[in-house]
Design a protein around this ligand. Structure first.
Ligand code: AR6
Length: 175
């Protein structure tokens, strides 16, 4: 039932025409490399301006939490910026914190009436979270969320490389 609401795409998240895309940001909210750099570059300065306002108000964003800005020049209406955990061996609540990223982002998307949302594979780049474990957490949180509401009807996992795409394909086929 929920399975066809979960989709995977290989490619660049900045190109997607969905209601909301999620950014794998850092606590400063001031941009960075990886998908964060790509989103700010494609979306333009309006996104950074709103990030700075949020930062001035609440002092950045804690790990596992999420904030929302305009999508600027992107096709997406909004960007949700969430801060994934840095993988440090797995004994520093990394799994729980990554679950929080997905759950808090989905909650914020729901509150903004989004029907579709696309996620990058949070924490699996510069922050070194193991890819398969991260994919299991992402699928698990999205599945649980989709079961308890009817506003969001499409969650897309955007995989940037073949290895990640294959991991999600196998996990979703087995689910
Ligand atoms: N579209 C989709 N996925 C992408 C794109 C893109 N355009 N570019 C990279 N990825 P990362 P993190 C994938 O490193 O590990 C930043 O500097 C990438 O292959 O972007 O959460 C922030 O400011 C990987 O699978 O994010 C933070 O300081 C995934 O996106 C830090 O990196 C996440 O990789 C966050 O590290």
């Amino acid at each position: 039932m929920n399975k066809n609401k979960l989709n995977i795409i290989k490619g660049d998240i900045t190109k997607l025409a969905v209601d909301i895309i999620v950014n794998a940001a850092n606590k400063s909210l001031l941009g960075g490399g990886g998908v964060d750099g790509a989103i700010h570059k494609a979306g333009g300065s309006e996104i950074l301006d709103e990030c700075i306002k949020i930062r001035n108000k609440q002092g950045g964003c804690k790990t596992g939490e999420a904030v929302i800005t305009t999508g600027g020049k992107l096709k997406a209406n909004y960007v949700i910026h969430t801060v994934g955990p840095v993988w440090n061996g797995g004994k520093n609540h990394e799994e729980e914190l990554l679950s929080n990223c997905y759950r808090n982002s989905l909650t914020l998307a729901y509150e903004h009436g989004a029907k579709s949302i696309a996620f990058p594979c949070i924490s699996t780049g510069i922050y070194r979270f193991p890819k398969e474990l991260a994919a299991k957490i992402a699928i698990d949180e999205a599945t649980k969320f989709l079961q308890r509401q009817e506003i969001i009807n499409e969650v897309i996992f955007v995989c940037f490389d073949d290895e990640t795409y294959n991991i999600y394909s196998i996990l979703l086929n087995d689910a």
